[in-house]
Design a protein around this ligand. Structure first.
Ligand code: ATP
Ligand code: MG
Length: 467
């Protein structure tokens, strides 16, 4: 597919950092995109806007992905119509966003996102007097609603490969920023001055990594160079936006590669400070656990299975728990309350960075609590646990811990077998436990917390500290 694209694309490729005022145009025969690969709703939105006298194109990820023979995740439209004008054209449209206003046109479950052409921001006083655009002292764009021409719109997009416009009516592609050239060379390149573009929106650093992982592209060296130094700017990004970005980073099927890049560029510690500390304190175990969790995630997605952000966050944060539990125990707190308190603290701290919604933080706690309960199997406990809606996640999490080298005394195997066997065999398994059932990871009853250091979750025989 790529070969076909580039064989037929004969115009000389010009190099240059900035956007051209006249685009390179790829006609129907010069690119591989077929109209039938495009959502009919997206095509109809574009055609409807064009009929009403506006300019309209498909833009961004969908054009990029189609050129790379990847199924686009969604279809974005760029138009000269303002959000209000777009809304007036469609019955099923809603204006959304404040920082960046756009229109969602709904077709059943499919949403076509329509954005009005934006211009770069006016500088200085002009910007100060505007309620459409604003920046803070570090150059971060707080509001981005200055409309402009198609050329302006190409200029303000993040990467060259994301600044390609496709017109389904003429089947032509407009390339203002040598995006086709960079697709051919597998390069993620920012449009304009990289430092300034990251300062305007530090999330672009995460996007660079995300696209590099997803497309298996390199980040072009000038675009890569400032990332490490500017990574701390992510602290300025609202926690809710970072949550969305982190989901895209880890739940797109390329989590392992993404994790490596985040580490390389110093971005991981900005997103997960406690996990980064655990990586320093206990590198092998922590890295292995995170890696195994991400590998599972990628695999499940590949197999079309569901993944829950709760499991992922539970895994990312788990290695950071023992040190905190220990600290609380050293202050005299008994193991179970120390575990509860440490879990609570860790999650609240993480939520200040990345706003994980309650519907996910609750299950994180439940998965962790389950780790305390899985070793206690006597009497009816094992059967009660099996009935617990969180059992499966808790059991998977136990296997994950074991896969990273935690010693649990064969607890994972025990539970695997228990789920498989008949009722009478289960009874026998419980009988065989006789006294061993509060094995590794389970709290010792009635042990006071004074004196010797106590075992917390992930410590001692059952813990990630792997003593
Ligand atoms: P995908 O949808 O596959 O994740 P995408 O490139 O379509 O990738 P979106 O987040 O859907 O990404 O954004 C659509 C387009 O909007 C991008 O291709 C890019 O042109 C532009 N864009 C998105 N976020 C930014 C940003 N932070 N700065 C500049 N341009 C952006
Ligand atoms: Mg998109």
């Amino acid at each position: 597919m790529l070969k076909k694209l580039f064989k037929s694309f004969r115009s000389p490729l010009r190099r240059g950092k900035h956007v051209h005022s006249t685009p390179q145009v790829l006609g129907r025969s010069q690119h591989p995109i077929e109209r039938n690969e495009i959502s009919r709703y997206a095509t109809s939105v574009v055609e409807r806007l064009q009929k009403a006298g506006y300019q309209a194109y498909l833009v961004g990820g969908c054009v990029r992905d189609l050129l790379l023979d990847i199924d686009p995740k969604d279809f974005d439209v760029a138009t000269s119509a303002t959000p209000e004008q777009v809304r007036a054209e469609f019955r099923n449209a809603r204006v959304i966003g404040r920082r960046f206003k756009l229109v969602h046109v709904h077709f059943g479950r499919e949403i076509i996102e329509v954005a009005t052409f934006r211009a770069n921001h006016p500088e200085g006083d002009e910007e100060e007097n505007s309620n459409l655009a604003s920046r803070n002292e570090s150059g971060r764009i707080l509001r981005d609603n200055v409309y402009g021409t198609l050329e302006d719109d190409a200029q303000r997009r993040d990467f060259t490969i994301n600044a390609l416009y496709y017109d389904p009516s003429t089947e032509r592609i407009l390339d203002y920023a040598n995006g086709v050239h960079d697709i051919r060379n597998h390069l993620i390149r920012l449009i304009g001055d990289p430092t300034q573009r990251y300062q305007e929106d530090p999330v672009r650093m995460l996007r660079a990594v995300r696209f590099a992982a997803k497309l298996d592209f390199d980040i072009e060296k000038h675009s890569a160079a400032p990332i490490y130094k500017l990574a701390p700017m992510l602290a300025e990004i609202p926690a809710a936006r970072l949550f969305e970005e982190v989901l895209k980073l880890f739940l797109s099927g390329y989590a392992i590669y993404t994790y490596d890049l985040l580490l390389d560029y110093g971005l991981f510690g900005q997103l997960f400070p406690a996990s980064a500390e655990a990586l320093k304190a206990n590198p092998d175990y922590t890295d292995q656990l995170i890696r195994n969790a991400l590998e599972n995630t990628d695999l499940r997605l590949q197999q079309g299975k569901t993944v829950t952000p709760a499991f992922l966050f539970a895994a990312l944060l788990w290695p950071a728990l023992p040190a905190r539990v220990l600290k609380l125990q050293e202050r005299g707190m008994p193991p179970i309350p120390a575990m509860q308190e440490a879990a609570h603290e860790l999650i609240s701290e993480q939520c200040q960075r990345i706003a994980v919604p309650k519907r996910f933080t609750m299950p994180i706690r439940e998965i962790w609590d389950m780790q305390e309960r899985l070793p206690r199997r006597s009497g009816k406990r094992a059967d009660l646990l099996l009935e617990n809606p969180r059992f499966r996640a808790g059991y998977d999490f136990l296997l994950l811990r074991e896969s990273a080298g935690e010693q649990t005394g064969g607890l994972g195997d025990w539970w695997t077998r228990y789920q498989d066997v008949s009722d009478s065999e289960r009874r026998a398994m419980i009988r065989d436990l006789s006294g061993k059932d509060d094995g590794p990871g389970a709290p010792r009853k009635r042990r006071r917390s004074s004196g010797k250091r106590k075992r917390g979750p992930g410590e001692g025989s059952g813990g990630p500290a792997g003593e």
